[in-house]
Design a protein around this ligand. Structure first.
Ligand code: FAD
Ligand code: EPU
Length: 338
């Protein structure tokens, strides 16, 4: 286990922000973690646990220790004719894991294809896309408690999953390092989730009436490629904001004023398409220096090359202000600003 000094984080975050970590260590086992925490206790060194860096915006050099999680391994824990319980280590690449499951004919994660990042980060914001969320197949996770040094198991209930939310963004924030995540996936009896309009339309276009798990993955990858910028080409962290949920009465007032408003029923009211609000407020395709709003998806802020984190964060504040002024709606940031 090595601790490097003044490590550039440029290739460790998908926004492509050029900052340094004062100390940096890559951990491959729980033993490495223990060693790293013993040598750099959190009381004297701020810590940041890093996966694929695809949901992070760095606004300055990190003054403490960045711990890059690289624990590997995929294991079948239980299997019968109907389902399989599969456990993946935190450092596995999320999409490679999804692809592995799809190749084995295990269903449940296919709608979450092509989301960047690692398995260990996936429960933190209960990743979601195309009508599915991680919690739908989640069985449990193992996490290492920073203060106790003990491994604890979390059930789905203990994780308190919500829309882009879990206990790890609230009470347990920064207190655990997730080591592995287990999923219960379906075999022959698996029911595909095809409710999302764009998926149905694409199957119709392709003339596919009885799609397989692999077909769903294929269609979702192609939809995502057509909508979202590739971080290898243009720096970004996916949706910068969450879609805001407002009460039905607020939605009705807004809809009367803006008949084109896009919204979907959600627990507790209506979920508004933040991309629509931001586009309507005039930001889509906006660019100032190298910080901008993506021309095909207004919910995605981008770094065209040399923007720094403060410039992107400042742009995000201007967007929030203008959406608040125009619609009276508060946008909540999804990306972790460090
Ligand atoms: P990081 O960015 O490295 O970390 C995110 C947070 O988790 C940080 O707070 C970090 O400290 C913490 N963390 C990371 N690993 C661990 C660990 N092992 N233990 C404890 N804490 C940890 N998200 C969606 O939900 N749906 C989408 O459709 C989606 N599409 C995206 C598309 C693009 C092009 C991009 C760039 C991002 C997209 N995202 C999406 C956001 C992102 O991919 C997910 O949030 C992903 O789970 C982040 O994983 P990561 O490993 O990169 O996490
Ligand atoms: N829209 C616009 N203008 C835009 C963008 C969107 O009007 O510039 C409207 C369109 O009407 C569109 C609707 O918003 O029909 C929804 O857009 P889209 O299907 O692209 O989804 P989204 O709500 O913008 C969410 C997630 C994505 C996820 C997709 C697909 C959030 C914050 N974002 O985006 O997740 O991939 O749905 O399910 O919930 C992420 O979290 O990083 C992320 C990319």
């Amino acid at each position: 286990m090595m601790i490097k000094e003044n490590q550039s984080l440029l290739t460790f975050n998908t926004f492509g922000i050029d900052v340094n970590a004062r100390h940096f260590s890559e951990v491959f086992s729980p033993g490495d973690l223990k060693e790293v925490f013993e040598s750099h206790p959190s009381a004297s060194h701020p810590h940041l646990v890093l996966g694929g860096g695809s949901n992070i915006l760095f606004t300055s050099d990190f003054p403490g220790l960045v711990i890059k999680v690289s624990l590997k391994g995929i294991e079948v824990v239980e299997e019968n004719e109907r389902e399989v319980l599969v456990k993946a280590a935190a450092g596995e690449d999320w999409d490679q894991f999804v692809s592995y499951c799809v190749l084995h004919g295990w269903g449940g994660l296919e709608n979450l294809s092509q989301i960047p990042g690692q398995v260990g980060s996936s429960p933190i914001q209960n990743i979601g896309a195309y009508g599915a969320e991680l919690k739908d197949c989640f069985e449990s996770l193992e996490a290492w408690g920073k203060s106790s040094g003990q491994i604890r198991q979390f059930s789905a209930e203990a994780c308190r999953f919500g829309y882009r939310d879990s206990i790890f963004k609230r009470e347990a924030r920064g207190k655990y390092v997730i080591l592995s995540v287990s999923f219960r996936l379906g075999k022959k009896s698996h029911k595909l989730k095809l409710g999302y309009g764009a998926i149905q339309a694409e199957f119709q276009n392709r003339g596919i009436s009885q799609p397989t798990i692999a077909d769903v993955r294929e269609v979702i990858c192609s939809l995502r490629r057509s909508k979202l910028p590739d971080p290898h080409v243009t720096g970004n962290a996916g949706s910068f904001f969450k879609n805001p949920v407002v009460e039905q009465s607020v939605f009705e007032l807004l809809k009367a004023e803006y008949p084109g408003l896009v919204a979907f029923p959600d627990k507790g009211g209506m979920k508004l398409a933040a991309g629509w609000l931001i586009e309507k407020a005039g930001w889509k395709g906006f660019r100032e220096g190298d910080a901008g709003v993506h021309p095909r998806q207004a919910l995605v802020l981008v770094n065209y090359g040399n923007a720094n984190g403060l410039e992107i964060a400042a742009l995000s504040e201007k967007i929030k202000d203008s959406v608040r002024k125009m619609f009276g709606v508060e946008l909540e940031t999804e990306v972790n600003i460090i």
